[in-house]
Write a protein that binds this ligand. Structure first.
Ligand code: NAD
Length: 249
């Protein structure tokens, strides 16, 4: 098993990519700290892991709240004693499809608070812990929007570029301290955040733009995260890995 005796903390693990990552890491032997702002979704993830013989527990958490993030991390370390793998996955999309000049200020603030500041808050506590512990591995979930522009999504694109920047910077800062930091850059993946059925013809156009001519699947994201989290990726750090059917090629 890839993660025997390891402990993994996953934010936003009550749905979509985070949930499937929790299942995948648990199947590889990791004990899982499931965190999410959505209590029902998070507890369901935990129950499903336990029903397959895995070990997991839930902490309700808002990644955009610094006190809450510190409390969440303390509770996780109190429970399992250590955190070896951290997947900073919690994120939100924007219903405000507007060009930059027309972007609502509230939309900007909301997206940056969760997608950018939330990842920074989590990295701050995780890195502090991993430095004391002597090592660890962080995977931040960015997006293809972290490595290219997307019209009408300036806040989301800015937040995901920031996640890639944070990833590269921390990777360089802690490379000698046995801490690897990488980012995953998913393309459109049906989930709680991206529901193709709500987009009509736009969804068809998005799909047509992907060289493989299909959307991704949450399991394809979980499999890439599983690899990045494992010792099989022992020399990979500071990387922003697109899993995008060739879109950014
Ligand atoms: N689905 C896609 O097409 C796609 C593409 C690129 C990147 N991503 C990124 O992947 C990550 C996971 O998204 P998903 O597609 O699985 O969406 P999802 O909505 O299915 O899951 C996101 C989870 O994050 C939780 N969350 C939201 N705000 C939170 C907060 N403030 N604190 C804690 N938890 C919070 C939600 O409750 C939810 O369970 C996000 O960072 C997203 O930006 C998704």
């Amino acid at each position: 098993m890839l993660h025997q005796d390891k402990v993994a903390l996953i934010t936003g693990a009550g749905s979509g990519i985070g949930r499937n990552t929790a299942y995948t890491l648990a199947a590889e032997g990791a004990r899982i700290v499931v965190t999410d702002i959505n209590q029902e979704g998070g507890q369901e993830t935990v129950e499903n892991i336990k029903s397959k013989g895995g070990d997991a527990f839930f902490i309700k958490n808002n990644v955009a709240d610094w006190d809450d993030v510190q409390h969440m991390f303390r509770s996780a370390v109190d429970h399992y004693g250590r955190i070896d793998i951290a997947v900073n996955n919690a994120g939100i999309g924007s219903p405000d499809f507007a060009k930059t000049a027309d972007k609502a200020l509230e939309d900007w603030d909301r997206i940056i608070a969760v997608n950018q500041t939330g990842v920074f808050y989590c990295m701050k506590v995780e890195l502090t812990h991993m430095l004391k512990q002597g090592g660890g591995c962080i995977i931040n979930i960015a997006s293809i929007a972290g490595i290219r522009g997307l019209p009408n999504a300036s806040a989301y694109v800015a937040s995901k570029h920031a996640v890639v920047g944070l990833t590269r910077t921390a990777a360089m800062e802690y490379a000698k301290r046995n801490i690897r930091v990488n980012a995953l850059c998913p393309v459109f993946t049906p989930s709680g955040l991206f529901k193709p059925e709500l987009y009509g013809e736009i969804a068809d156009k998005l799909k047509a733009g992907i060289p493989m001519k299909r959307f991704s699947d949450v399991q394809e994201m979980a499999d890439a995260i599983n690899w990045l989290a494992s010792d099989k990726a022992s020399f990979v750090t500071g990387h922003a890995l697109p899993v995008d059917g060739g879109l950014t090629a």
